[in-house]
Design a protein around this ligand. Sequence first.
Ligand code: PMP
Length: 449
Amino acid sequence: MNNQQLVQRDLQVMWHPCTQMKDHEWLPLVPIRSGKGVWLEDYDGKRYLDAISSWWVNLFGHAHPAINRALAEQAEQLEHVIMAGFTHEPAVRLAERLVAITPDRLQRVFFAENGSSAVEIALKMSFHYWLNRGQPKRQRFVSLANSYHGETLGALAVGDVALYKETYGPLLLEPIIAPAPDAYLTETGESAEAFAERRLEDMRRIFTQQGDEICAVIVEPLVQCAGYMRMYHPAYLTGLRRLCDEFDIHLIADEIAVGFGRTGSLFACEQAGISPDFMCLSKGLTAGYLPLSAVLMPDSVYQAFYHDYASLKGFLHSHSYTGYALGCTAAHATLDLFEQSDVLARNRQTAARMRSAVEALHDHPQVGDIRQHGMILAIEMVKDKASKTAYDWRERRGMRVYQHGLERGVLLRPLGNVVYFMPPYVINEEEIALMADTAIAGIEAATAA
Ligand code: PMP
């Protein structure tokens, strides 16, 4: 089989995610036969460097021998069993390990299958907690402008990226949207930290006016990934934790994209020295191997649901594959890799290399910002540097960078006008140079006219 044959068959039967399928009349679909480390290989033998960790999930490279081995062994023993009324060692031990490595307050684990369902669980559980505690008026959620929490209706509703959300507006519950501490939006001369403090004032106003109607605030700690990789200062999280304590409102940390070392610490919340009331994990939880997610919460939340059956206070939420054994095994193999070497220390070096590899773009007239939190680096292409005027989205400048990357064997997948790197942690110096040089040339080409 070659590329063309598989693409032809695909376009007869498949419908791809986050894609206007008509684009594939001119944009080649890339059929991948195999992966190894940071590399993907198509059916014609062409290789692509996976600079975006296949939608931010892969941590230690494709087809990792240790994870493969662990999965093969577990498959011989038990792949999955219903998790209502039953349990198994990989799930119990994973819950123990997650409680041990996440911030203090988090003591219980509810497993699900993907990021969006973890967000749904945190939202439902927070609302239900207040109901069980005799506060039925708390029915609203607060989220940040430009946030993203997934595509199912609840998760989509608390997000704020118009491209994904606007069409479905009539179907969605309405969150209170608070202005984001996005450091790209600072006034001239204002520090990201001072800006974060200013945005906390906005949150205080919302809490003061509507606090008794609010269940929880949901945030992506430090980086709004799908929201064009916008970043903010950890002081915002520290202040938000204080406000949530003061007004008795839950703080939900959606660490689905930033967890497991992406921002420099194992969890982004650590950089603010805080513990949320709910933490949602997925993606890197299995190093990009299998879909699995987990929601962690304090024992006090668990206790609010712990009653006689007839009280109907139980959390009767389920997904078929909740906590499945193979997914838990991939997570164990992932956590083992974190234990076997100082991944975060190596990432610090890799992150510094990524930064210096794009230093040449600093003075580029069409680059408005280069920002980084650990292993996430983003470059904002702008029409006018001084005023930070954005390119019209219809020009699809990011798409030009994507095509340029594919031609040269690098999978970059810009978000609008933002080109970013979020590679597997195993990327080496030479591969960083290839990734960065390809992005620089792509940006030159995409902004030339
Ligand atoms: N939250 C965040 C912060 C995410 O980045 C994503 C996925 N990009 C999700 C939730 C949804 O996860 P999933 O795609 O697994 O449903």
